[in-house]
Design a protein around this ligand. Structure first.
Ligand code: GAR
Length: 199
């Protein structure tokens, strides 16, 4: 199968962008477009790597600009990687392909910012990583993959986040692979993962 073009939307450090790009040589996708809503490390890294990297600040034409860049790049799937803005109904209606997001908790627990801090403050013993399809809500769409991570006694938020990131960087390329191969079926909120097709 010819690798599918994907776009990554980011706002921050970009470690998940890096993980997706590093894994792509052995995966059926290629990151052909990076869009950020602000100047950030993710955008700088993408530029330095020679990727098509665009700054699209919020504004009345932001959706149309993003959709146009995605169409030009032939993008068939989108991965949000620390993108700190909700996608508008216009964006979601205007893009026909799947849109994934990654979140550092076992959703629906601890949506929003600093999920790892929320988990420690709440005193949970187990948290984790969720990869889900994006809808118009906040970290609320149907769940594709989850992996649990035990919270260690006395662990700081930064220590927990580092361990969550290690899981994220392994899981996100797997999730994007499943999605670009079309190996999933949805029924309401239930998402089933299908076995690889026989060649
Ligand atoms: C990641 O931990 C991701 O799960 C989180 O932002 C971080 C971005 O890190 N996303 C959310 O909290 C979404 N609600 P990165 O810029 O290094 O990839």
């Amino acid at each position: 199968m010819r690798p599918r073009a994907v776009a990554v939307l980011a706002s921050g450090h970009g470690s998940n962008l890096e993980a997706l790009v590093h894994a792509q040589a052995r995966a059926p996708y290629r990151v052909r477009l990076v869009i950020a809503d602000r100047e950030c490390r993710a955008l700088a890294w993408a530029r330095a790597r020679g990727l098509d990297a665009r700054l699209v600040p919020p504004g009345p034409h932001a959706d149309a600009t993003q959709l146009c860049a995605m169409r030009d790049a032939g993008v068939g799937a989108v991965a949000l990687a620390g993108y700190l803005r909700r996608l508008s109904p216009a964006f979601l209606a205007g893009f026909a392909g799947p849109v994934l997001n990654i979140h550092p908790s076992l959703l629906p627990s601890f949506p929003g910012l600093h999920a790892h801090r929320q988990a420690i403050a709440h005193g949970v013993k187990v948290t984790g990583v969720t990869i889900h399809f994006v809808d118009e809500g906040l970290d609320s769409g149907p769940i594709l993959l989850q992996e649990a991570v035990a919270v260690r006694e006395g662990e700081t938020p930064d220590e927990l986040l580092e361990r969550l990131h290690a899981v994220e960087h392994r899981l996100y390329p797997q999730a994007l692979t499943i999605v670009v191969e079309g190996r999933y079926a949805t029924s309401g909120r239930q998402v089933s993962i299908l076995p690889p097709r026989e060649e």
